[in-house]
Design a protein around this ligand. Structure first.
Ligand code: URA
Length: 250
């Protein structure tokens, strides 16, 4: 497997964050075979070369796979608190390197709840994120107002949202109105909608509903491929084998 030196150090769990990795490399503490390497982008075959930190050999952490039921308020961004990785503390209390090697696949906004995959397997992560793989992500959204059939058709066909400062037309989506509720005190209507997308652009679902003038009030991811939120039951975190997760993403 070919990796950049930065990726190798991240997945071996020797550093708390990207800054620490950059410092290790810059301060000439890292060797690949007999050569001190000072470029984070140095690419090498991890099966053929050996990596040393301060003279001690380091290795990739074995691949691990977790599904997490992220509560509202937790962040997926490294260094922000409370963090989704805090939810893994109980399981990985005695495995700091494994803990530090993990990253979140397909982040959720802080205010979104629901299903997340946390792993240190970069190949599997790109499989979930690559649009060509078309892994379905299903959300339950509470949106302001009464969503009409026309709104749903517009969203199904695709709307233009902003991704990295550029206009982006969303790929076809599937929508289903679950129900409309009227709040007696205010008379206001809220629609509960199922939306299935295959992409994962930043704030995609929120941006899509804003486009049809029905801003999201609450959002929950309930499925990724065949993995359902109900599979986790009452727990926050469940560890899966590589086979389990690959089967769920087929
Ligand atoms: N779409 C959003 O808008 N937010 C998320 O967290 C996930 C998908």
């Amino acid at each position: 497997m070919k990796l950049r030196l930065h990726q190798f150090l991240a997945r071996s769990g020797v550093a708390k964050n990207n800054f620490e990795i950059a410092q290790m490399i810059k301060k000439r503490r890292v060797r690949v075979d007999n050569e001190v390497v000072t470029a984070e982008s140095f690419v090498f075959d991890t099966k053929r070369r050996r990596v040393f930190l301060d003279g001690e050999e380091i290795n990739l952490q074995p691949t691990r796979y977790f599904v997490v039921n992220k509560p509202k308020g937790h962040s997926c961004q490294r260094g922000e608190y409370p963090n989704v990785t805090d939810l893994l503390d109980n399981i990985l209390r005695n495995e700091p390197k494994a803990m530090r090697s993990l990253f979140v696949v397909g982040r959720l906004d802080r205010e979104t709840e629901g299903l997340l995959i946390v792993t240190n397997d970069g190949k599997m992560a790109s499989q979930i994120l690559q649009p060509v793989e078309k892994v379905e992500k299903e959300y339950e959204a509470y949106v302001e107002g009464g969503l009409t059939d026309k709104d749903m058709q517009t969203l199904e066909t695709g709307v233009t949202i902003v991704v990295d400062g550029e206009d982006y037309k969303t790929a076809p989506a599937k929508l289903k109105l679950i129900k409309r509720i009227k709040i007696p005190s205010s008379g206001k209507v809220t629609s509960i909608v199922q939306i299935i997308i295959t992409e994962g652009k930043k704030r995609q679902v929120r941006q899509m509903f804003e486009k049809v003038n029905h801003p999201v009030i609450a959002l929950k991811r309930v499925r990724i491929g065949a993995l359902k939120i109900s599979d986790i039951g009452e727990r926050w975190v469940m560890e899966l084998s590589r086979n389990d997760i690959l089967r769920a993403l087929e």
